[in-house]
Design a protein around this ligand. Structure first.
Ligand SMILES: C[S@@+](CC[C@H](N)C(=O)[O-])C[C@H]1O[C@@H](n2cnc3c(N)ncnc32)[C@H](O)[C@@H]1O
Length: 194
């Protein structure tokens, strides 16, 4: 897809969305694994429901997305709640985070395999990545249609195998009933202390 139309498609979705969205399940289910202080990044944050959760939990929270529309909505909500989120309009594929820059990186419903090495490098010693997105192996069949934007079985584990894994689950065809985590893989992993 041409990059301009990709961006305008997202701008339009964010403009038309009725709500802020919900924080990522991988965060909601693993809040005990959040660091008590430090610098967090919500990468490809959209309207930033997860960034707001991170900011409320006391982390210095940065939120990046290439959609200025999404970030305006996030900033408006942050002002309303009186929390600080440092939002930046940024193409995260062209400009991934710098090495050793974050204590926590959250990626939710965004899959760009090419930048995984940079995401790992961007974690400071002891830093954690929280990741969730759709799998190819579906029960409910929601999310993107292209398999390129969906994970293969165990792929998230494989992509982050050099980190220490604290939490991993995959809910695909194995499900017997729909839930908030249907069709998702979720991982929490950390980089060694040094
Ligand atoms: C499915 S949404 C997920 C938003 C949010 N993380 C969430 O879980 O609700 C994907 C987001 O990626 C953003 N995006 C897509 N390509 C991007 C890129 N190259 N750089 C930065 N943001 C991008 C879109 O604007 C959109 O907000």
């Amino acid at each position: 897809m041409n990059p301009d139309s990709h961006l305008s498609k997202w701008d339009q979705r964010h403009r038309e969305a009725e709500t802020q969205g919900s924080p990522a399940q991988v965060l909601l289910r693993n809040q005990h694994l959040l660091p008590s202080s430090g610098k967090a990044l919500d990468l490809a944050c959209g309207r930033g429901a997860s960034a707001l959760l991170l900011a409320r939990s006391g982390l210095e929270t940065h939120a990046w997305d290439f959609s200025g529309v999404a970030l305006e909505r996030l900033e408006e909500q942050a002002r309303e709640e009186g929390v600080r989120v440092i939002a930046q309009t940024r193409d995260v594929v062209a400009h991934p985070p710098e090495a050793d820059s974050f204590d926590l990186i959250l990626v939710s419903f965004f899959l760009e395999r090419r930048i995984v090495p940079q995401l790992i490098q961007a974690l400071r010693a002891g830093g954690r990545i929280f990741y969730q997105t759709f799998v190819q192996d579906v029960y409910l069949d929601r999310g993107p249609t292209s398999p390129d934007w969906r994970l293969e079985r165990n792929e998230l584990l494989h992509l982050f195998r050099e980190l220490q894994i604290h939490y991993y689950r995959e809910d695909g065809v194995v499900s017997a009933a729909a839930s908030e985590v249907s069709d998702l893989a979720m991982l929490v992993a950390s980089r060694g202390e040094g």
